[in-house]
Design a protein around this ligand. Structure first.
Ligand code: 4NP
Length: 157
């Protein structure tokens, strides 16, 4: 039985990517695909390694029924072998992850999360220095994008 592994990546791995992980996991669970799709998240910056997601992100997510329990970790070279798809949140993430990719084949696994959203935005904005609305916007984008991502991914299974 084919399995797929999906990695979400942002800068600190304490706001956007752990939220994406939780949003996608709920959709995958609802679709009955949790034994076929493995989900994780990581950051390009390791300064928050070991931490739970930012309390503002956890609170905003909790209001929508998501519990964020991921512990932050930096992306590692072996992630390019382990994961089939790597979804980044913004251009800076894209560039850093691209630079880490061991080969062109590995780099082809990288995509922008925003490509799965119907919006004029070109990236999922970093909410870290924003107010409450920034976190809601991130969750809105991720809920839309994760649904579209799942539609694409399930065709690959
Ligand atoms: P994230 O947000 O990349 O969505 O997890 C940030 C988290 C931490 C920092 C910046 C963005 N920081 O500068 O520590």
């Amino acid at each position: 039985m084919k399995r797929l592994r999906i990695l979400f990546v942002c800068l600190g791995n304490i706001c956007r990517s752990p939220a994406a992980e939780a949003v996608f996991r709920r959709l995958v669970d609802k679709a009955g695909l949790s034994d076929r799709i493995e989900i994780d998240s990581a950051g390009t910056y390791g300064g928050h390694a070991g931490e739970l997601p930012d309390p503002r992100m956890r609170a905003a997510a909790f209001r929508r029924g998501y519990e964020l329990t991921h512990r932050a970790r930096p992306i590692r070279e072996e992630d390019f072998n382990r994961f089939d798809r790597i979804l980044v949140m913004d251009d800076s993430n894209y560039e850093r992850v691209h630079r880490l990719a061991p080969s062109r084949r590995h780099a082809e696994k990288i995509d922008r999360m925003i490509a799965f959203c119907k919006t004029d935005r070109t990236y999922v904005p970093d909410p870290y220095y924003e107010g409450h609305e920034g976190f809601e916007l991130v969750l809105d984008l991720l809920e839309e994008g994760c649904a579209a991502l799942l539609e694409e991914v399930r065709r690959e299974l």
